[in-house]
Design a protein around this ligand. Structure first.
Ligand code: PCA
Length: 196
């Protein structure tokens, strides 16, 4: 059997977020093998360029799943996102200093895409292990939603039916690094199980 490869991404710091737990997690999981799945990880800038970087990664290697991670500074739980919407709208400048209001991500794209990750199973596995987790119904309208929408749009265009989606993490003050790493491993195990 060919080995399974999972692409995970984390984001750099931005705004008031000095340490982004998604960057720590992506670095920690880089080049690991979890339940037979090889992990590749990329750290993305909090700018519109994040989309192109993921697109290039998906072109250069054949992945069996894509999981994007980011921080949701005000959340206490680990929240797999249900849906990404075709909207860019924010006041906190991205790391290029840009702000957007009421813009579409894809001019002719659909209003929204549902994640194709096993969100419910991930949240349940996390809760069973003692983590606070729930499936979120909004990824916001900042760069995380943008990235999730862009990846699902790209995979849809290429008719690549692989699990893909976005998981928001609480800040490190609410979920310390050691626990975050355990939660990350559990998430990857859940996804590896789905695609094996
Ligand atoms: N969180 C932001 C963008 C980068 C990140 O880690 C968001 O929720 O959109």
């Amino acid at each position: 059997m060919n080995s399974i490869k999972i692409l995970i991404t984390g984001f750099q710091p931005f705004g008031d977020v000095k340490v982004n737990p998604s960057e720590r997690l992506a670095k920690h999981l880089a080049a690991q093998k979890i339940d037979g799945a090889e992990i590749r990880s990329i750290i993305l800038p909090v700018t519109l360029d994040c989309r192109k970087i993921v697109e290039n990664a998906l072109k250069s290697e054949k992945f069996n799943a894509v999981i994007h991670f980011g921080v949701a500074a005000k959340r206490e739980q680990i929240t797999p996102e249900l849906v990404a919407i075709n909207c860019l709208d924010f006041d906190i400048p991205d790391n290029d200093g840009k702000v957007f209001h009421d813009e579409k991500i894809e001019k002719r794209g659909p209003a929204a895409y549902f994640a194709t990750l096993p969100n419910r199973a991930i949240a349940e596995a996390l809760k069973c292990a003692g983590f606070a987790s729930l499936v979120s119904t909004t990824a916001g309208t900042y760069l995380c939603n943008y990235l999730m929408y862009s990846t699902l749009h790209l995979l849809g265009k290429k008719r690549r039916k692989i699990p893909a989606g976005f998981i928001h993490l609480p800040p490190l003050e609410k979920l310390p690094e050691e626990k975050l790493f355990d939660a990350g491993k559990l998430i990857l195990q859940e996804i590896a199980r789905k695609i094996q």
